[in-house]
Ligand binder design. Structure first.
Ligand code: KIV
Length: 274
């Protein structure tokens, strides 16, 4: 087992993401929470790695993203940053670490940047978190917004169904996207909203719009790595394209291993020291 040494690969920056939008090149983004997987995803060439607070679900087994702490996010982010040669690493500020006031938001962002080495932070919300966004940006920390289905507000919404289907909510989302752009955010994640609305938002702002369940007209796409690799089970929303069935593959491999141990086929003489 070896820990890699960084090489001279050109790193993705927020400016490059902006240039990608301007030349019509779609941006690829996936979640990552640990060194080994982040190493594979970065090596495969993904543009942005999101250390999402979905770690609360897929890594810790919680029902929602609410329980994960700032310390735990920093732990995950540190592991991902260590793995990366090229991708931009964006780190979610977790629930309860920025909603109190803008000073708390800035402190959380600074802890993430200082302790993990992440390259940017992501917060959920629009107009209501404007002061926090501005304060974090004024410290030189790049900020990504997140609108539409914002999982930290799940108890307010009551369900994980598609957001902004009604005119009033759709208009607020467009207004919020413009507020985040004016503040200076470098991009916005749009989660689970109608494709037509996402297209309208992507056309209304100059900054990159990254969709998850927001249709094909966003400037890029993000998926939770455990979902697209088929590690999670029983989570098959319409927007998810599953590229592997790792759950089945891992189960098969582990079953073979158990069989080999029980039958004393493993280890053989070649796998033992003389
Ligand atoms: O935490 C996360 O994984 C996210 C994505 C769903 C965008 O915020």
């Amino acid at each position: 087992m070896s820990i890699h040494k960084p090489n001279q690969i050109k790193k993705i920056t927020t400016h490059q993401l902006q240039a990608m939008k301007e030349r019509g090149e779609k941006i690829s983004m996936l979640t990552a929470y640990d060194y080994s997987m982040a190493r594979i995803l970065d090596g495969a060439g993904v543009d942005v790695l999101l250390v999402g607070d979905s770690a609360s679900n897929v890594m810790a087994g919680n029902e929602t993203t609410l329980p994960i702490t700032l310390d735990q996010m920093i732990y995950h982010a540190t592991s991902v940053v260590r793995a990366v040669d090229r991708a931009l690493v964006v780190v979610d500020i977790p629930f309860g670490s920025y909603q109190g006031n803008s000073r708390e938001a800035l402190q959380s962002a600074i802890r993430i940047m200082k302790e993990s080495g992440g390259h940017a932070v992501k917060l959920e919300g629009g107009e209501e978190i404007k002061e926090s966004v501005l304060r974090i940006l004024s410290a030189g920390v790049p900020v990504m917004g997140h609108l539409g289905l914002t999982p930290q507000s799940i108890y307010k919404f009551g369900t994980y169904s598609v957001r902004a289907k009604e005119e009033a909510e759709a208009q607020k989302l467009i207004d919020d996207a413009k507020v985040l752009e004016e503040c200076g955010c470098f991009g916005i994640v749009l989660e689970k909203i109608p494709a037509t609305l996402a297209k309208k938002v992507a056309e209304s702002v100059r900054i990159p719009i990254i969709g998850i369940g927001a249709g094909p007209d966003c400037d890029g796409q993000v998926l939770v790595m455990h979902d697209m690799l088929g590690i999670t089970q029983d989570f098959k929303p319409r927007f998810l394209r599953q590229y592997l069935d790792l759950n089945t593959e891992i189960t098969k491999a582990v079953s073979r291993y158990i069989e080999d141990v029980k039958s004393q086929d493993f280890p053989n003489t070649n796998e033992s020291y003389s």
